[in-house]
Write a protein of this length. Structure first.
Length: 419
């Protein structure tokens, strides 16, 4: 009898089969931010600065719970690999519980957004526009976190297409509602920056409603015959591994938020608008790379759950190489076409050469970190899938607060650390 062929680890086809819906799903978030900025830019630099920075500040409040429930993917992948579908479903419910708590807290603190923003150095008009934007966006925080939790659960099962469909619907709805609510089309009131906030809030809620419906009606026959058995100990376990991931995302993002709100805000509205525009453009490269890393992490988690730990190094190497190719292409575009990319965000009514000049220079410089971003995301997602969230937390804190925020702050005020 012939010996059975040796089992091979998942190849590039399996990686891309899982990753492309995640890539497209994450890319829709980048497209939403990109189009929000481009459409609001027609209202002038104040509106552009308020909408882009307001979106960043909303994300800074959401990033901790989103990172926390993202760990649902790791539990779902490992339990799916081990053949425990009921156990995997329980972790989706734990993620939804976190979303409910965050939604209620966000609604409660929404009225305080204006006074909180008054602590920073924005001009009165930018402050007023941003406060309105942020108060509206906070109303949909529960839906955003819930979408992350359910998307992570479906992803851990290997069903990455359904979250993609939900996010594509949200993207299309957001763009259409922007056109209606920002400019007052189809008889709607002209809401400007607030219209962009309402568009995002409504689109986020629609995506969550779709995923929640799919989750509630997706139980298999075997699952229907088995008690769910929710356990506080498992919720605690999810939080024990998820909170370091959330803190990882939050503290890294907080360093950037600190840089924008404390350092850049004092440099003027044009500089704020230019740098935030560059971040929106960078998200077009970042989100697909993050999707690839997430696809690799699903394969890592399923391999560990199935007892195939020797497959992990091959999966990680293949994921990193694919992310390298994408980020290299994006970085090349930033070097060769910085000015045309920035002119997309220039107001047709009040052209700003300074906005384009500052943004084009910053965008070209941003090409330098694309490859490192791709590798860092691949490794950190693989470690998360294996259950090691603490190392990534401390490494990211050191990089974000020592090598980014504090160094750049010193540079801008005239101190030159390291010469």
């Amino acid at each position: 009898m012939d010996a059975p062929a040796p089992r091979r680890p998942p190849g590039l086809r399996q990686l891309l089969g899982l990753a492309w819906p995640v890539v497209l799903s994450r890319s829709t978030q980048a497209v939403i931010g990109f189009t929000d900025a481009a459409m609001v830019a027609q209202l002038g630099e104040d509106a552009l600065a308020a909408a882009t920075t307001g979106a960043m500040n909303a994300l800074s409040l959401l990033i901790l719970p989103m990172g926390t429930v993202f760990i649902v993917q790791s539990f779902a992948a490992q339990l799916t690999g081990a053949g425990d579908a009921v156990g995997a479903r329980r972790y989706a419910w734990y993620g939804l519980a976190v979303a409910v708590v965050i939604g209620l807290v966000a609604i409660g603190v929404a009225p305080a957004s204006g006074p909180a923003l008054a602590l920073f150095g924005y001009t009165p008009n930018v402050h007023a526009l941003m406060a309105d934007y942020l108060a509206i966006r906070l109303l949909s925080c529960g839906a955003v976190v819930g979408t992350e939790a359910l998307g992570s659960w479906f992803g851990g099962l290997g069903r990455t297409r359904l979250p993609m469909v939900a996010n594509v619907i949200a993207m299309v709805a957001n763009i259409a509602l922007n056109w209606v609510l920002i400019y007052g089309n189809l008889g709607a009131p002209t809401l400007g920056v607030a219209g962009a906030a309402w568009a995002s809030a409504i689109a986020s809620t629609a995506a969550f409603a779709m995923l929640l419906g799919a989750f509630l009606f997706s139980r298999s026959t075997a699952e229907r015959g088995t008690p769910l058995g929710l356990k506080l100990s498992e919720l605690g376990r999810m939080l024990r591994f998820g909170v370091p991931t959330g803190l990882n995302w939050f503290l890294e993002f907080l360093a950037f938020s600190f840089f924008i709100n404390v350092v850049v805000a004092d440099l003027g509205t044009t500089v704020v608008a230019a740098i935030m525009t560059v971040i929106q453009i960078n998200s077009v490269s970042f989100m697909p790379a993050f999707g690839l890393a997430s696809g690799g992490a699903i394969l890592v988690g399923q391999a560990i759950g199935a007892g195939h730990r020797d497959d992990v190094p091959t999966i990680v190497k293949r994921t990193a190489a694919t992310a390298f190719v994408w980020m290299g292409i994006a970085g090349l575009a930033y070097v060769l076409l910085p000015e045309p990319l920035m002119r997309i965000f220039e107001s047709t009514e009040v052209p700003s050469e300074q906005l384009v000049a500052v943004g084009a220079t910053t965008l070209a410089v941003s090409a330098a970190w694309q490859l490192f971003d791709g590798l860092g995301m691949t490794l950190s997602e693989a470690l998360r899938a294996a259950g090691d969230t603490t190392w990534c937390l401390w490494a990211r804190i050191a990089i974000a607060w020592v090598l980014f925020a504090l160094y750049l702050h010193a540079w801008l005020i005239g101190v030159r650390p390291f010469g």
